[in-house]
Design a protein around this ligand. Structure first.
Ligand code: IFG
Length: 496
């Protein structure tokens, strides 16, 4: 790797890349050939065609590849040839005659499509026909991710965001080869998912938000739509039902979940730590059972996040017992439990995952017991932290996080004594106390999110802020083409 990499501005940086100095020209005769022509591989071909045709200004057909398909085209090939590529790896070979993208698994073809997009001029990302020419540099890339968990969390509880807003965020995550979307569905200010057995959770608990606006909630069809859309981008959705703390919206919806039998009024402020389910009550366990069962049935992925953070109003021994009860309910549904680091106080099953956010000790002890850890150190990766004191949105309790602070760290050296083998990967939480629109989400996520995508995907060796900064500067034009409302950090020499 070296300067040739920066010349190409791919983010995340590929594992290996050799440029050969010539060009492949995408002509209006180009087609995408797929082999095997299964529905899944054909759909990936159609996805790529859908990204290129509108701006290139010509139709691109997706065809079954003959044995020796013609030159001048793009070839997507699923083959057992290179198992070392794993679930998401790919080999991209571009010569003056053809573009060949090969992968061991379909997700690898999808990840390689993002590289092809980023090798084309930024105007390829526009929605209307643009003047060409559409050239690709000739090269060979062999690429696969360092960590299996490269995610983002979106808090749709403090402020509610529409299905379309979530799909937009999914598309932006996909462009940077991220593969996990953690949806923070419930909190003190809102319950955002319909549970048929407890309809008032969404009907009443979802009827407002921070600041008193109308809030909202996902029907089960909406949530299934989001999960399917994410899956079509090879992104796993992880739903979070935050318990036993951060539950005021649920308590306001059902007095039977409180200890004193009185349902409190809905809450539209931004305090934390004041609420708790009345743990130990049979009604509470029935609630947990129904919620987990319905969410599990709607979630294709193997994980359910049960929160567990900031349970300041739950007695310690009762907290531990509750987490162990919820863990058993989740496992009985054939899923594994994820929780914020506080759950490490409880006796965890091997498949349970701990999400580090503030205090390294619980996460380290969980790792030492053999549990895997998702790294979300707040002072590095909380996207709701302001860039600096002038940022109009966001909070600052974990400090300011400018673009360099967001990039210049490594997950494997955050917590003393936590081996890299315990780390599933990283996840960038975006809490929405101060965010109301997708435009606000984009402003806080860009330009920091691509750096997290690179930390999760690219090799640590060769990582260099100065080189990354130059590659990032070239992405401003891509975000302009996509109409992403990004923060034009002064520290980056944005290219037009
Ligand atoms: N901590 C709370 C979040 C949110 C956050 C805002 C966690 C795990 C502060 N819990 O982070 O609900 O309020 O930065």
């Amino acid at each position: 790797m070296g300067s040739s990499l920066s010349a190409l501005n791919i983010i995340p940086n590929p594992m290996s890349l050799t440029v050969s100095g010539d060009m492949f020209v995408l002509s209006d005769l180009v087609d995408i050939y797929v082999r095997p022509a299964t529905d899944e591989v054909t759909n990936i071909g159609r996805y790529l065609a859908g990204r290129l045709s509108p701006s290139a200004g010509f139709e691109i057909s997706v065809l079954e590849a003959a044995d020796i398909p013609p030159d001048e085209n793009i070839h997507l090939i699923l083959a057992e040839a290179d198992p070392g590529l794993g679930e998401e790896g790919y080999i991209l070979t571009i010569t003056p005659q053809r573009v060949t993208l090969m992968a061991y698994r379909p997700a690898g073809l999808f990840r390689g499509c993002q590289t092809i997009r980023q090798l084309l001029p930024p105007s390829i990302e526009r929605a209307t026909a643009q003047p060409g020419s559409w050239t690709l540099p000739t090269l060979t890339i062999r690429d696969y991710p360092r960590f299996e968990w490269r995610g983002a969390m979106l808090d749709v509880a403090r402020h509610f965001f529409s299905v379309d807003d979530v799909k937009r965020y999914i598309d932006l995550l996909a462009y940077y080869k991220m593969n996990r979307l953690h949806l923070h569905l419930t909190d003190d200010q809102g319950w955002r998912i319909m549970i048929d057995a407890w309809p008032n959770l969404a009907a009443h608990g979802g009827s407002t938000q921070v600041g008193g606006g109308p809030g909202g909630y996902y029907t089960q069809a909406d949530y299934a739509d989001i999960a399917a859309y994410a899956q079509s981008r090879y992104i796993m959705v992880i739903p979070e039902i935050d318990m036993p703390g951060h539950t005021h919206a649920a308590l306001a919806s059902y007095a039977s979940l409180t200890c004193d039998g009185a349902a409190p009024p809905l809450y539209t402020g931004t305090e934390v730590g004041f609420s708790s389910l009345c743990v130990g009550k049979n009604e509470t366990l029935a609630f947990v059972g129904d919620v987990v069962r319905e969410i599990a049935a709607l979630t294709p992925g193997p994980y359910i996040h049960i929160g567990g953070d900031e349970a300041l109003s739950t007695e310690e021994a009762e907290y531990r017992q509750f987490i162990e009860q919820v863990q058993a309910v989740v496992e009985a549904q054939g899923k594994h439990m994820i929780g914020w680091e506080e759950i490490a106080k409880a006796d965890l099953q091997p498949g349970s995952v701990v999400q580090h956010w503030r205090n390294g000790e619980p996460a380290k002890s969980a790792a030492q017991q053999g549990n895997r850890v998702i790294m979300s150190p707040a002072f590095r990766i909380y996207l709701d932290m302001k860039y600096d004191e002038t940022t109009p949105l966001g909070l600052s309790w974990a400090g300011y996080i400018d673009v360099k602070t967001a990039y210049d760290w490594d997950p494997a050296s955050q917590v003393e004594g936590m081996p890299e083998s315990s780390i599933l990967g990283i996840e960038a939480p975006l809490w929405s106390e101060t965010l109301e629109t997708i435009s606000d989400i984009e402003y806080m996520a860009f330009p920091r999110l691509p750096g997290y995508a690179e930390i999760g995907w690219s090799p640590l060796s060769g990582k260099d802020w100065e080189a990354y900064k130059r590659r990032l500067a070239a992405h401003g034009a891509r975000w302009d083409a996509m109409h992403v409302n990004f923060h034009r950090a002064a520290s980056i020499a944005w290219e037009e």
